[in-house]
Design a protein around this ligand. Structure first.
Ligand code: NAD
Ligand code: WQD
Length: 340
């Protein structure tokens, strides 16, 4: 299959591009490198033994996207490109609406023009917000509590409307829970710019001595140990979920939503202990107030993806911590050294 991957230089996109190449698919990545480095794709090529095609462009750029479709003639699209920092989205909401909604509409119009009818979209468990109690099924109520989450919720609705209007479209919305880990080679991984917002990259930087302690946001939730619980899914399992979705969509049209999670709730302190075991380092931490906007618990009911896609997450949080630490230790400054 010929797969156009937007945002393919990023964290999840690079792991998925590698999985696609390894499975024998041809890949074109369209990425503006606004939150990633070209080094990630050089390493994907090194690991796969062949390179994806690459177009340096914003997915809102109609001419560039039209050119990419005309030259590559994709059978399917996986749409990762988007801005993703929840806190930042409350400060510059218009940028989030422009980038995330604009890129999706440009992409859907190019697909219609060029007769490409399959799209897999990166949504997020953030759409379940605090509207119900986990485990969340795909039928749980959705909404959002911040501009980033609203872009995901709105894009899901745009995709549903586009699908209703064009019965030939095959749409797979993947609601990721909390992606963590790195490829087992230690060559590609998550490379956040500045101070990490997310738990795992922060913990990894503490273990590596780049930051002196972790701040635990709240230990007074009604959870196993009072800290927030999440469903942490290894990025290599997540990448495999995209291939399973493409496979399913090849002979199912219409609009589909699948949770990609493990179904297992894990607390912040359980992550700290798993990372200490994986790294052999102590992770000093201090408990602070709850972080605004956080929910106590978020985890998937992951049965639908297993039943319909034949996919389930295999890797454990312990393995993800080992893989994250390998990546962090081998690349203490992410891809930056290679870029210099
Ligand atoms: P990432 O920032 O590492 O990757 C996104 C990539 O898209 C980057 O390479 C960036 O340069 C590119 N990009 C952004 N806007 C673009 C645009 N308009 N045109 C072209 N390229 C653009 O993020 P990630 O963690 O790999 O996330 C991928 C997708 O999954 C995003 O849509 C994100 O919202 C979604 N998601 C991520 C998580 C998570 O925790 N990482 C959870 C749920 C959903
Ligand atoms: C996990 C847990 C924190 C950092 C976010 C987005 C979500 C999705 C994934 C894109 C929580 C605690 C964290 C720290 C901590 N992204 N924590 N100290 O908030 O579940 O989800 O990323 O779609 O939309 O909201 O992930 O990794 O930030 O937090 O105690 O320094 O770790 O309170 O309980 P979250 P996270």
């Amino acid at each position: 299959m010929r797969v156009l991957v937007t945002g393919g230089a990023g964290y999840i996109g690079s792991h998925t591009t590698l999985a696609l190449l390894e499975a024998g698919h041809d890949v074109m990545v369209v990425d503006d490198l606004s939150n990633s480095s070209p080094e990630s794709l050089r390493r994907v090529a090194e690991l796969a033994g062949r390179a994806p095609e690459f177009v340096l462009a914003n997915v809102r750029d109609e001419a560039a996207v039209d050119g990419a479709f005309a030259s590559f003639r994709p059978d399917a699209v996986i749409h990762f490109a988007g801005w993703k920092a929840v806190g930042e989205s409350t400060e510059i909401p218009l940028t989030y609406y422009r980038e995330n909604l604009g890129s999706t509409i440009t992409l859907l119009e190019a697909m219609a023009k060029h007769g490409c009818s399959t799209i897999v979209f990166s949504s997020s468990a953030t759409v379940y917000g605090d509207l119900s109690e986990p485990p969340f099924t795909e039928d749980s109520p959705t909404g959002a509590t911040n501009p980033y989450g609203r872009t995901k919720h709105m894009i899901e609705q745009i995709l549903a409307d586009a699908s209703a209007a064009d019965p030939r479209l095959s749409v797979g919305v993947l609601r990721y829970f909390n992606p963590i880990g790195a490829h087992e080679s230690g060559r590609i991984g998550e490379d956040p710019r500045g101070i990490p917002n997310n738990l795992l990259p922060y913990v990894a930087q503490v273990a590596a001595g780049r930051r002196d302690h972790l701040t635990v946001y709240g230990d007074d939730y009604e959870t196993v140990d009072g800290t927030g619980v999440r469903d942490y899914i290894h990025v290599v399992d997540l990448a495999a979920g995209h291939l399973a979705a493409l496979n399913h969509l090849a002979d199912h049209d219409g609009f589909h939503v699948w949770n990609l999670g493990t179904g297992t709730p894990i607390s912040v302190l359980e992550i700290v202990r798993a990372f200490e075991k994986a790294s052999g380092q102590t992770i000093p931490y201090e408990v602070a107030a709850r972080r605004a906007g956080d929910v106590a618990a978020s985890y998937a009911d992951a049965h639908l993806a297993e039943d319909e896609l034949g996919w389930r997450a295999d890797k454990t949080v312990d393995e993800a911590c080992v893989d994250t630490y390998r990546w962090q230790s081998a690349n203490p400054n992410g891809f930056q050294a290679a870029d210099a």
